[in-house]
Design a protein around this ligand. Sequence first.
Ligand code: ZN
Ligand code: ZN
Length: 71
Amino acid sequence: MTELSPATAVPAALWCDRCGESVAAGPHPACAAARALEPPRWCASCRRRMKVQVVPTGWSAVCVEHGERRG
Ligand SMILES: [Zn+2]
Ligand SMILES: [Zn+2]
């Protein structure tokens, strides 16, 4: 039996997933607005460039470390 706390299961978002800059100082409103229309480019957890594909339902972005996100 393993018990994972949510804090360790989901890494905190440290980086903006659109511009790749730190969000430690606060969110990026311009990026958040653009992200409503665009897929992310950077992994918010590790700042790796994600492999982005447009799919019929929207998009799919894969980080080699953190797996796939869909939107
Ligand atoms: Zn940003
Ligand atoms: Zn990642």
